[in-house]
Write a protein that binds this ligand. Structure first.
Ligand code: GDP
Length: 422
């Protein structure tokens, strides 16, 4: 199948960047379909580490066209900065050639950032743990039909009119909320300047992708965050504001629904950053050890990630929602020297047991764990599945059995070549 969709199976940070980098070598187009610069994909290249926030990971491959789809919300000032940084690293970023930006993608402005931080402050102990970068308010304005789109930035009359419309809505409540009013002229200057810089890349990306699909081109759809952060299918309200599961791959690009290979990226254990229920979380010393062994600190914010056991209930749910046909298991090397446990069911507050992910009261379930023997060997140089220690193989096979999903790729280190194909 010429289209592949890659999604994170839990709450993000599963190592999608490395897997997409690996798959992009054989791809014509790499397309981001959701999220904003709250995402962070880490690539470890021969020239060193590279963290991408908005630009698709295919940018490091000379032949790949990278597309920021209409489902992404774009902070144009951040995007200009990210382009500059990549160019300083010697990478080719050629707007209109190897980087296309959907004219329909919505724009994040300063007011969104302020609104985001203000709303999170009001939530107090009920905070969601957002990155405070204005992503949620930009999506909210899209639904409220007062948003700006990238195509507006290169149409001065439309931009000014759209900014006046936005200011009218926001300024009606910003002042009582203690937020500074929107200054339309200052915003116009900044956004129009960013629009001029980005102009060669702002195109009808959906049309380009539909043509590419019709011509049989290989398209890689790059999910941001993870299925359990999907605004509708995830652990609401502790979710992001976009459709992070496979459903978003069509609405967020303009491609028509069509059969594709869908790959779910799962870490060999579970992590979550920010607030929200996490049934298999380890709040003890073992969780700390796992965080340090896996260097589980956010690539965008540096926040420590919460760590826990692999959760086959949650993975099965996400796999079903996203139509995942196979898993890539990352970070298996990190589990060296750890006892191994897998969550295979949840005990509900009423004492019953379930293997289905509940939409409510996930914070009240108890994980039912099975223990497996651990391994002490260093896996980072292993390149064949049969060469893995027997206990590591048994762990991978137990995950396959409990999730019902085949694992054809196992990652045993951050570098490109640290991968085992079965
Ligand atoms: P993403 O948002 O899903 O791309 O995940 P991040 O890039 O934020 O986090 C994944 C981290 O794990 C990065 O630092 C990667 O370099 C690293 N990584 C990816 N695969 C492996 C692996 O198999 N083993 C180890 N030890 N690290 C990995």
């Amino acid at each position: 199948m010429p289209t592949t969709c890659v999604v994170g199976i839990l709450w993000g940070d599963e190592g999608k960047g490395k897997v997409i980098d690996y798959l992009a070598a054989d791809t014509d187009f790499v397309v981001r379909f959701g999220g904003g610069h709250n995402a962070g994909h880490t690539l470890v290249l021969p020239t060193g580490k590279l963290v991408l926030h908005l630009i698709p990971s295919g940018i490091v491959h000379a032949h790949t066209v990278n597309v920021i789809g209409n489902g992404v919300v774009v902070d144009p000032v951040h995007l200009c900065g990210e382009i500059d940084k990549l160019r300083q690293r010697g990478l080719r970023v050629d707007l209109g050639r190897n980087l296309l930006l959907s004219e329909r993608a919505h724009v994040i402005v300063d007011a969104h950032r302020r609104q985001d931080q203000w709303a999170e402050g009001l939530r107090g102990s009920g905070k969601i743990g957002t990155t405070g970068r204005g992503i949620g308010p930009a999506y909210a304005d899209r639904c409220a039909r007062i948003g700006l789109r990238l195509g507006d930035l290169i149409r001065p009359d439309r931009l000014r009119a759209a900014l006046h419309g936005l200011a009218l809505q926001k300024n009606a409540w910003f002042a009582p909320a203690g937020l500074p009013a929107l200054d339309v002229e200052a915003m116009f200057g900044e956004l129009a300047a960013a629009g001029e810089r980005l102009r060669p890349g702002i195109v009808d990306a959906g049309a380009v992708l539909r043509d590419a699909h019709a011509a049989g081109k290989r398209i890689l759809l790059e999910g941001a965050q993870g299925c359990l952060l999907d605004v509708e299918q995830g652990t609401y309200p502790f979710v992001t504001s976009s459709h992070a599961s496979t459903g978003g791959a069509f609405s967020g690009t303009g491609l028509p629904p069509h059969p594709m290979r869908t790959v779910g990226i799962a870490k060999a254990y579970a992590t979550r950053v920010g607030e929200g229920p996490f049934p298999t979380e380890l709040k003890d010393e073992l969780g700390n050890r796992l965080r340090i062994a896996g260097n589980e600190f956010g690539s965008t914010t540096g926040r420590p990630r919460r760590c826990g056991w692999f959760d086959t209930v949650a993975v099965r749910y996400s796999g079903a929602v996203s139509g995942v046909g196979e898993l890539v298991l990352t970070n298996l090397d990190v589990l060296r020297g750890f006892p191994l446990q897998l969550c295979t069911a949840y005990r509900m507050p009423d004492g019953s047991s379930t293997t289905a992910l509940p939409a409510f009261d996930l914070e009240a379930v108890q994980p039912q764990l099975v223990e497996l023997p651990g391994f002490t060997e260093d896996l980072r140089e292993v390149r064949r599945f049969e060469a893995l220690p027997a206990n590591a193989r048994a762990y991978v096979q137990a995950i396959e059995r409990h999730t019902g999903l085949p694992i054809r790729t196992v990652s045993v280190g951050p570098e490109r070549q640290q991968v085992i194909l079965r």
